[in-house]
Design a protein around this ligand. Structure first.
Ligand SMILES: Cc1cc2nc3c(=O)[nH]c(=O)nc-3n(C[C@H](O)[C@H](O)[C@H](O)COP(=O)(O)O)c2cc1C
Length: 203
């Protein structure tokens, strides 16, 4: 069984619909840890040793967050700046994270038609996350494409919320139980683009 760490960053948890639903769908799972950065560090003073120890204890690291200004909420940048130290996460002696799986779970207001070369946002969401792909490479992490939930505005229908929450749980169960074909998943634009093809031996 793989141990999964969700580094969760939502600055307005009480107003969240989608991230809250995704989180609630998985936080009771065995071998899943939800590490809520804004709840833990409201003053942005991150406990680097604690965060590094958590990373060390897990096999999968997920950054889960809403898409803010084509990137992450601010605390995740602070987390990267402080936790991913030279000699620990990267550099000739920094191999602590080597081989761990990394991906982002991103919710965004813009729908898929806007995240196209010719669409309103000019780039697809996977392209916009290339700094995280580069981060993964530098830290010798095994990068997977983002788990993307697009077109999330206020007033999103209950059945869509339930669907996305169930799909997220199904994915994390498969990943934890080593039933997710990593090679196949890494070829898709989004990790959740064709889940039936990447999840093996469904429960
Ligand atoms: C400060 C801020 C910046 C945002 N930037 C983007 C953005 O760059 N692209 C986008 O598609 N949506 C953007 N959004 C919309 C959020 O991504 C969307 O509301 C969120 O993913 C919904 O998830 P939640 O219900 O968990 O809050 C932004 C929202 C806020 C408040």
């Amino acid at each position: 069984m793989k141990k999964i760490l969700i580094i969760y960053a939502h600055p307005a948890q009480s107003r969240s619909v989608m991230n809250k639903a995704l989180r609630e769908a998985v936080e009771d799972m065995e071998n899943v840890t939800v590490n809520d950065l804004y709840a833990l560090y409201p003053d942005f003073i991150i406990d680097v040793k604690r965060e590094q120890a958590l990373c060390l204890e897990h096999d999968v690291i997920i950054f889960q967050h809403p898409f803010y200004w084509y990137s992450t909420p601010a605390i995740l940048k602070e987390w990267q700046d402080l936790v991913l130290e030279h000699g620990w996460a990267y550099g000739s002696k920094g191999k602590t994270l080597e081989g761990k799986i990394f991906f982002q779970t991103i919710t965004a207001g813009g729908d898929e038609s806007t995240y196209q070369k010719k669409g309103f946002n000019q780039f697809d969401l996977c392209e916009l996350t290339t700094p995280f792909q580069a981060m993964a490479k530098l830290c010798s992490l095994y990068w997977l494409p983002p788990y993307a939930i697009l077109g999330i505005h206020r007033g999103v229908e209950e059945d869509r919320i339930r669907f996305f929450a169930e799909e997220y749980r199904r994915t994390l169960c498969a990943l934890r139980d080593e039933r997710l074909n990593l090679k196949a998943a890494s070829k898709h634009q989004y990790l959740n683009k064709n889940l039936d093809k990447v999840i093996e031996r469904p429960e």
